[in-house]
Design a binder for this molecule. Sequence first.
Ligand SMILES: Nc1ncnc2c1ncn2[C@@H]1O[C@H](COP(=O)(O)OP(=O)(O)O)[C@@H](O)[C@H]1O
Ligand SMILES: [Mg+2]
Length: 252
Amino acid sequence: MAKVICFANQKGGVGKTTSTNALAMGLKHKGYRVLCIDFDPQGNLSFSMNADTEPPTIYDVVKRKVKCRFAIRHTDLIDIIPSNLLLSSVEVEFTGNGREFLLKDCIKQVSPMYDYILIDSPPELGVLTVNAFTAANVVLVPVLTDVYSLQGITRLYDTLEHIKRTLNPDLKFGGMLLVRYNAREELSRTVLATAEMVSKSLNIPLLRTHIRSSVMIAKAQAMQKDMIQLAPGNHAVMDYMQLTNELLKGVL
Ligand SMILES: Nc1ncnc2c1ncn2[C@@H]1O[C@H](COP(=O)(O)OP(=O)(O)O)[C@@H](O)[C@H]1O
Ligand SMILES: [Mg+2]
């Protein structure tokens, strides 16, 4: 059965999609069988992985219109189940019991075909993210090195703990990941110090690898290319490769 990893943070623009993309490519280059699930209605991961977002998407799978395996796209980068804006209607369409298990039930069917399933989640703590947490073994939380980024962590932590107690006792908080880190900036160092404090007080790991900023990261996604193939020597790409190694030695 595949190990399921989810990138989450209710704040947008903190590097969830980028980190999902990068870890997927990192694991793929190490020879693992990886499936990505775009669980954000914005469909950014689908775009960056060069997948079309026409039906069937993850929305059709969740709605049971199509079996999970028939929604997988085998792009030149990765295997991925794409999403589009329709996914946002899950919140109003599913109101009954068991709506937290929609994604977990879908994944079961394809889990034996992969080593890792990576879920990109939307910037909210609603039903979509709760589904991602219920389906996941490990949650990783990218945190931007700006002043506001750590503010939501306590709420995110409470949500995770709640899911752990009620729906998914095996769920593991894999750690916070500092993204767009610049050791020369005082602000980045301040955020690092705060992140260390939060990590200690909530008892959640802070990953040792920090991801530095580079335009190459945005460029690879815009070009729908594999960042490791495009720029293996780029510092931020190397950071993501180091992150892959750190995670493989630890939580994965
Ligand atoms: N390390 C980085 N260096 C430079 N740009 C980055 C880096 N990480 C992410 N970005 C850019 O920041 C923006 C937001 O990242 P994204 O992964 O889409 O965040 P989220 O999925 O949390 O909304 C994107 O344009 C992305 O290309
Ligand atoms: Mg995103």
